[in-house]
Design a protein around this ligand. Structure first.
Ligand code: ADP
Length: 339
């Protein structure tokens, strides 16, 4: 049985138990009042003779009891219909309430199982590559030392990929766990944070002959220095990965309005299609273009981590892009950030 039907039945059971309990109490009170009211009243006064006698006649007693039965029957019927209406209304309300209660839980469970499937898939790919290479090498009786070295080098590359993946997964899980992970905010110079991030990707940029220009204002920002450096590093790392050799990157900042300012990371790389733009912040999402062109390494977790960091700073992140021309990521900070 579907879980929301089960929950509906439980809700209905509780409502009906309460309703029936109060109906019984109401009936008991009403009936005893009725009984007391009727029976304690003198039915007739026989006034013949000097002394008035206060005895009911049999016919009148019967008529009175019939009336009590009639009223009690009406009351039972009334309570029956009342409970029937409550049953119908409780059924409808319980169904919607159960759906509403279970919907976020079901969504979370689905997200969790999709996450597990995606993570397993990402883990399997390098593991399968390592296993196949080792199996082939073991079967090769004439394997030379240099071939064995080459194999170990290739295995090491795959192991590095696995390590990167597990690091990213751990960081994502840590940042999402709001109970045990708290950010340590203070005022930091934004330009200096951008400088730190540029330093982190310097080597990769040099290999690809890419220049990174830091045009960020000398401005204080209230946030976690390590997390903000990580955020800019992720964006710069992507900008390098998804750009052609010699294409420059700019990090800049600008006032958006009185209390809002933006940091922009702009590249002249392969760009992102409009369909992919809506998904790139989802865990494990990789645009087809990035998979096909140059076989760029990645697991689709960087932007999910970036988004998590941005949210921890009460900020927002968005991207604009044009295929073949480049992409600009924009982080919008509120100047008076309260965390
Ligand atoms: P990864 O880079 O490991 O694949 P990310 O979460 O960092 O994962 O990015 C998700 C996807 O967004 C990438 O696979 C790529 O398709 C796209 N993307 C991110 N940054 C850029 C960029 N600067 N230029 C083009 N595409 C990008």
């Amino acid at each position: 049985m579907k879980s929301y039907i089960k929950l509906t039945l439980w809700y209905m059971l509780i409502v009906m138990a309460i309703s029936l309990f109060f109906s019984c109490v109401t009936y008991q009170i009403a009936f005893s009042e009725l009984d007391r009211g009727f029976r304690q009243q003198p039915v007739v006064f026989r006034t013949t003779g000097p002394m008035a006698i206060n005895f009911p006649t049999d016919d009148l007693i019967k008529a009175r009891d019939d009336r009590i039965d009639e009223i009690s029957h009406d009351l039972q019927l009334y309570l029956f219909y009342l409970n029937l209406i409550i049953l119908i209304l409780a059924g409808i309300a319980s169904y919607f309430l159960a759906k509403r209660t279970l919907q976020p839980i079901e969504e979370m469970a689905e997200l969790q199982s999709r996450f597990t499937a995606d993570a397993s898939h990402e883990l399997r790919t390098p593991l399968t590559a390592i296993k196949t290479e080792i199996e082939v090498a073991l079967r090769d009786k004439k394997l030379t030392l240099s071939e064995a070295r080459e194999l170990l080098g290739s295995n090491l590359e795959e192991i590095d990929k696995l390590k990167n993946l597990s690091d990213s997964l751990l960081r994502l899980a840590r940042y999402q766990d709001k109970k045990s992970f708290a950010i340590k905010p203070d005022f930091y110079n934004l330009r200096e944070i951008a400088d730190l991030a540029v330093k982190n990707v310097k080597k990769a940029a040099k290999i690809r002959e890419i220049m990174i220009e830091n045009d960020v204002e000398n401005k204080n920002i209230y946030g976690d220095e390590n997390l903000l450096t990580e955020l800019f590093t992720i964006l710069l790392d992507n900008a390098i990965k998804y750009s052609g050799d010699g294409k420059n990157i700019t990090v800049s900042s600008r006032e958006h309005s009185l209390h809002i300012f933006e940091v922009l990371v702009a590249d002249q790389g392969i760009g992102i299609s409009p369909e992919d733009l809506t998904n790139i912040f989802n865990r494990f999402y990789r645009a087809d273009l990035s998979r096909s062109s140059r076989n760029i390494a990645g697991h689709g977790l960087g932007l999910a981590i970036a988004k998590q960091i941005v949210e921890m700073h009460n900020a927002t992140i968005s991207a604009t892009s044009e295929i073949g021309k480049g992409t600009t990521f924009c982080i919008r900070f509120k100047q008076a950030i309260k965390i």
